[in-house]
Design a binder for this molecule. Structure first.
Ligand code: SF4
Length: 303
């Protein structure tokens, strides 16, 4: 059986031969992150795919990330290594849900978390990521906001924008939602000197114990810059592992060992090699839907 280094070298050789770009999300395994041209959160991933000169892009992440790249770069060939790597939160909101909410609240603007399908984005006014949700909610002209699908990110954003009325959906990320107040209290007891940096996809009962709340990229920045020697990381556990490798002089802890996104772990080195070799699995979208979704995404990227 080939070792990790051998597969990584094969990927890098093939990537060069095919002039491909590999973009990896922070939650995929570290050995996949190591062969990527860029490791990013979903916002940076969408932007980098759009700005790339390469015509072949491998998105090492879940399906909606591949869809966002395709929507913004329709002339490029966008591949995802694992066709079944979906996002349960994205699947929690349907086009019918959005249409119903719009009919019930005709004056409201629809702000759609980027963790959603192309079809749902097409029904929305603007997309956001966890790093831009607050900025976008504040800037939007409408006084009412239908925020889909993540109820936790919506509640956190609403708490910071009290002058607007928020209409929530019931979606959530199972990976972040799984973490309870008891989990963070236990982690704080085990590491009493540690600061706690957490993602707003977590429940409010968890967020209230935070020293810092932000997107994955913002959590990484905080962990690098804080004077604290120990940090409990309140997002997918690959982040604590990545930070520990990068900053061995500090200590990073995941809130629990259950902080895993199983879909992101479907992106293995073997699947990336196969993706490059056989140019699969290509993202193809309905043109009309992609055009409508592009407007929502481009408004997000422009803010
Ligand atoms: S961590 Fe949550 S939101 Fe992100 S891809 Fe996994 S299930 Fe979806």
């Amino acid at each position: 059986m080939e070792n990790i280094k051998e597969i990584q070298n094969k990927i890098l050789k093939l990537k060069k031969e095919k002039n491909a770009l590999i973009l990896a999300h922070y939650y995929v395994p570290l050995d996949v992150q190591d062969i990527a041209d860029h490791v990013c959160d979903s916002f940076e991933m969408a932007k980098r795919a759009k700005e790339a000169k390469e015509k072949l892009i491998i998105i090492c992440g879940v399906r909606f990330m591949g869809e966002s790249a395709k929507i913004l770069s329709p002339d490029k060939k966008i591949l995802i290594p694992a066709p079944d790597a979906g996002c349960p939160m994205a699947d929690m909101v349907t086009v019918d849900d959005v249409r119903r909410l719009k009919a019930e609240h005709p004056k409201a603007a629809v702000v759609c978390y980027v963790n959603s399908s192309a079809a749902v984005k097409a029904e929305s006014d603007i997309c956001c990521t966890s790093s831009s949700a607050l900025r976008i909610a504040k800037a939007i002209e409408a006084d009412e906001i239908i925020f889909i699908p993540d109820v936790h990110l919506a509640e956190y954003t609403a708490s910071k924008v009290p002058d607007k009325k928020f209409i929530f959906h019931t979606g959530f990320c199972p990976t972040h939602h799984r973490i309870t107040e008891a989990d963070i209290l236990a982690a704080k007891k085990a590491h009493p000197d540690a600061q706690f940096a957490v993602h707003p996809e977590c429940r409010s009962e968890v967020l209230k114990h935070a020293d810092f709340i932000g997107s994955t990229a913002e959590i990484i920045k905080f962990a690098r810059e804080t004077k604290a020697k120990e940090v409990i990381i309140g997002t997918e556990m690959e982040i604590a592992a990545r930070l520990q490798r990068e900053l061995p002089e500090k200590k990073f802890f995941s809130v629990t060992s259950a902080f895993v996104c199983p879909n992101m772990k479907k992106i293995t080195l073997a699947s990336v090699l196969n993706s490059l070799k056989n140019e699969e699995y290509e993202i193809n979208l309905d043109e009309k839907e992609a055009n409508a979704a592009r407007q929502s995404l481009e408004r997000m990227v422009a803010r």
